[in-house]
Ligand binder design. Structure first.
Ligand code: BT5
Length: 325
């Protein structure tokens, strides 16, 4: 299918005869391959005298399609593996990691039947969304790995802003919101030893053209926000290309370089929040996320607290005035 796509032009017709010659197959075989492309969602116009022309690309998450957009963005660092259906792209990517697969493998699924978020929470991931996991082997100390989630959040925001003009905000540590609703979630899983990171698998879910159950009232899809379907392979390639550039900077220079940009994108500074961390629950006003990726709070009594990890709920858009506490 790929050589045929390369021959088919979106600007002019190519005769069946020419395609057959280039591919070294019969005209009937060309016709069959054209039918296959159409079945995969590509728009191929055919005119008896002039031949075939590519009139639209497919929205299906096919490796060849994602690679097409990655090439347009000058990005060649990834190996894409697509599945029509998977329990979870995370488990497939982790399996690849454990079998020695190199950095840069990306596992993509049209749908997940058992997608999950942090702490084993369910991640709703039916057809029409963008669900993928990226395998990395960063040469960094395990303590810094959580920061990769933040770099990935920035990549998703950049992709949404640059090409789709959406003002995406990050809710530390791993949610991307647009207009206050969760559009994307990121999950980072690792294998590490003392002082050494074996692998990192970053799972990213983006609600694109999928349906969501009514129970997820705090969530949104890109198509519901913009009123039109998004091209998923192009979106996925944008996120991967954005991430590639940021990741190189992160490995070379650390998260400090991203601190300002992360805080600019962050939803939390100035908000009154509840943070459920592993040891206890904190109430306070979020200050900022520091150069290590930790969240700083001013607690109600005025003391400052550094939170390393946790679930954040925004309770008020502003800190409550002292008299009302
Ligand atoms: C996350 O977890 O937000 C990380 C989600 C990561 C999903 C990707 S998809 C590709 C890869 N394969 C996987 O199996 N996972 C990764 P967390 O912060 O724990 O948020 C989970 C909560 O978000 C749930 O408890 C729901 O409240 C909500 N939720 C579930 N599905 C959602 C969806 N599609 N959109 C928005 N919110 C959702």
């Amino acid at each position: 299918m790929i050589p045929l796509l390369e021959i088919l032009s979106s600007e002019k017709h190519v005769s069946g005869e020419e395609i057959a010659r280039k591919l070294g197959v019969s005209r009937a075989a060309v016709h069959k391959q054209i039918q296959k492309l159409r079945a995969a969602g590509y728009g191929v116009a055919g005119e008896r005298k002039r031949g075939y022309m590519l009139v639209s690309r497919t929205d299906a998450l096919l490796a060849q399609e994602i690679e097409h957009y990655l090439r347009l963005r000058g990005c060649s660092r990834y190996r894409i593996v697509c599945h029509p259906s998977a329990a979870s792209t995370q488990t497939i990517a982790k399996d690849l990691a454990n079998r020695g697969e190199e950095e840069g493998a990306v596992v993509v699924a049209e749908e997940q039947t058992n997608g999950y978020g942090r702490l084993g929470r369910e991640w709703v991931s039916g057809k029409g969304g963008v669900w993928f996991s990226l395998l990395l082997r960063p040469p960094i100390e395990p303590e810094r790995i959580a920061q990769i989630t933040f770099v990935a959040s920035l990549a998703v925001c950049n992709a949404l802003e640059k090409n789709r003009r959406l003002d995406a905000r990050i809710k530390w540590p791993n949610d991307i919101l647009v207009s206050g609703r969760k559009l994307s979630g990121i999950l980072t899983e690792i294998s590490a030893e003392v002082g050494k990171c074996n692998w990192v698998v970053i799972g990213i879910g983006i609600n694109a053209n999928n349906d969501l159950p009514r129970t997820l009232c705090g969530a949104a899809t890109l198509s519901s926000l913009s009123g039109e379907a998004v091209n998923r392979p192009a979106l996925l390639a944008d996120v991967l290309a954005e991430f590639g550039g940021l990741y190189d900077g992160f490995v070379a220079r650390g998260f400090k370089d991203f601190e300002k940009e992360y805080n600019r994108r962050s939803l939390l500074p100035g908000r009154f929040v509840r943070v459920n961390s592993a040891d206890r629950v904190y109430f306070g006003t979020a200050e900022k996320i520091d150069g290590d990726g930790y969240l700083w709070l001013t607690l109600r009594g005025g003391a400052r607290k550094k939170v390393v990890a946790g679930d954040v709920t925004v309770l008020k858009n502003q800190a409550p005035s002292p008299s009302k506490e």
